[in-house]
Design a protein around this ligand. Sequence first.
Ligand code: ATP
Length: 221
Amino acid sequence: MSKRRQRSFVVIGLGTFGRTVSTELARYGDHVLGIDIDEHKVSSLSDILAEAVIADGRDEDALRETGAGNYDVALVAIGEDLEANILCTMNLKQIGVPCVWVKALDRVHHRILSRLDVDKVIHPEQEIGQHIAQMLHNPLVRDYINIGNGFFIVDFTLPEQLDGQQIATLELMEKFNIRCLGLLRHGEFLPCEAATTILKTDDKLLLFGDRSHLRAFGETL
Ligand code: ATP
């Protein structure tokens, strides 16, 4: 198998969010340049990231000097200072970074960023808040991935009352229009095409379907 080409990332703003994204990317083996105006934030990451530089993202020339324009993707992770966030975004576009993702504060900020033609606007607090609420609301949902257009893949813990039943008795497709992609048992993946598969407490069912159907199934348990 051919090795995936290493992509290079520049992360501007090394607060909790920017720091987490940049250190995770570095852990995956990606080349990361971290930029912040705060010397302490920069020095604390200098051994972890490929490069860490003190610079003000509002200053186009300073940003150009860091070499940010040669990176594949930039993430603007400046939170509180709206002006700095927007100027930094404009500067990154100006110096030719091909893909720019930006953290937004609120909907108005989101609209402004959309006009600047950024590639992705992210709302980390809102997104993680929705995720946590979903899992709190249904304790059987261990995690889920939003596929878009209302479709989700859900990792569902099988409740005790279904122990020993055949998967067919759930009537996932017939009753709920949900597809079972497989199940995880003691960390091993088992396909679930056979209707006779016997379920066990604590199996993790991987289910694919739309939100309302998944919710309807969850509510029967
Ligand atoms: P988090 O929640 O991720 O900690 P936050 O939403 O509180 O962040 P801020 O603290 O405003 O966001 O900014 C995150 C980082 O961005 C800080 O480390 C700050 O020093 C840095 N920063 C702010 N303005 C600039 C700028 N003009 N250029 C570079 N870095 C900046």
